[in-house]
Design a protein around this ligand. Structure first.
Ligand SMILES: Cc1cc2nc3c(=O)[nH]c(=O)nc-3n(C[C@H](O)[C@H](O)[C@H](O)COP(=O)(O)O)c2cc1C
Length: 317
């Protein structure tokens, strides 16, 4: 079966599955491994740390694979973001901006002609990025990993609501990690999916084995995990923290944001799976092994094709 959506066309990948960004460990080797499978790999610029190292990492990734990959630039948390962007422009690599408004970078990105995807937590922020000229947008639902916006909605609503509004191709994210999640998102109107947590439970992910096994062992209805993932910060505290971005060093500001997130470390009755409850999303519900990235993608595609072939209820006659 040929997988062809507006996202595979735009990004040049074989399958409409994108790797998530990871602030501390989204390195070029992991991105290259994902790109080799036919999915879209992603180098997280903050993992490269400096513009010089990012340039090296892009080149290494390119040498390692003919597959499609891009670079994530997390606005507001990435030091030297303008210089990082210049490296991406000089290297002609596709970019994904994320985390916060990309307004300050938009005109430079547009004049450079780079392919630009923006990732947002709210449909309205994704629409704003579309208005600024983004070629595609990702909307991350509440059940996904990453910082929470007080107005963030679940993935199902983001996708069906977004499908009515976006003109550019768009990508669903948040709690997606298997064939059903992929097909569901496409059926609801998305052109592709981003998976963060699901790619973390693979052999190539440069994190420790305990956290991968923790994801396999975790259940999305674990009260502690569910509470952490679905909780939003108080909108007033969140707005006040955003105002303080330039008043303190980045690490202190990130800690401030983290401290706003409600915690329930002693929730009664929740099994203790600290490694997974500390980072993963509710996508742990569909993680039952630690495969290679190739096995993960091959399995998702094979199962998706089998599911579609078996959908008798929509067949004629
Ligand atoms: C450990 C971890 C670190 C992350 N770091 C970043 C980051 O630095 N920048 C970013 O844009 N997204 C970051 N994300 C979010 C993912 O890229 C992706 O949007 C999210 O994981 C999607 O939800 P899912 O985990 O349910 O698939 C991170 C996610 C995880 C789990």
């Amino acid at each position: 079966m040929e997988w062809k959506t507006r996202i595979t066309e735009l990004l040049g990948c074989k399958y409409p599955i994108l790797q998530g960004a990871y602030g501390a460990f989204g390195d070029w080797k992991f991105a290259a491994a994902v790109a080799k499978t036919g999915a879209y790999g992603l180098i997280t610029a903050s993992t490269s740390r400096t513009p010089e190292k990012l340039r090296e990492d892009i080149k290494r990734c390119r040498d390692a694979t003919d597959g499609a990959f891009g670079v994530n630039l997390s606005v507001s948390t990435l030091p030297k973001i303008e210089e990082m962007l210049e490296v991406c422009i000089e290297e002609g690599v596709k970019i994904e901006t994320a985390h916060y408004k990309p307004d300050a970078l938009a005109s430079r990105i547009k004049e450079s002609g780079l392919t630009w995807v923006h990732k947002a937590a709210r449909v309205k922020d994704a629409l704003h990025a579309e208005h600024l000229g983004a070629d595609a947008v990702i909307v991350v639902g509440l059940e996904g990993a990453g910082g929470k916006n007080p107005e963030q909605l679940p993935t199902l609503i983001n996708v069906t609501w977004g499908a009515k509004q976006f003109k550019v191709p768009f990508i669903a994210a948040g709690g997606i990690g298997d064939a059903r999640g992929l097909l569901g998102a496409l059926a609801m109107g998305a052109d592709g999916v981003t998976m963060g947590t699901a790619f973390m439970a693979t052999k190539e992910c440069p994190t420790n084995q305990a956290s991968k096994v923790g994801m396999v062992d975790s259940s999305p209805d674990n009260p502690r995990l569910r509470f952490r993932v679905l909780s939003s910060t108080n909108p007033r505290d969140y707005a006040a923290a955003l105002q303080k971005r330039n008043e303190m060093p980045l690490t202190k500001w990130l800690r401030l944001l983290e401290d706003l997130q409600p915690k329930n470390s002693d929730w009664p009755g929740s099994p203790d799976v600290p490694q997974a409850t500390a980072v993963g999303s509710l996508a742990v519900g569909v993680i039952d092994s630690v495969p290679t990235v190739k096995e993960l993608i091959d399995n998702i595609i094979r199962e998706a094709e089998e599911l579609v072939a078996g959908w008798q209820f929509i067949k004629a006659g």
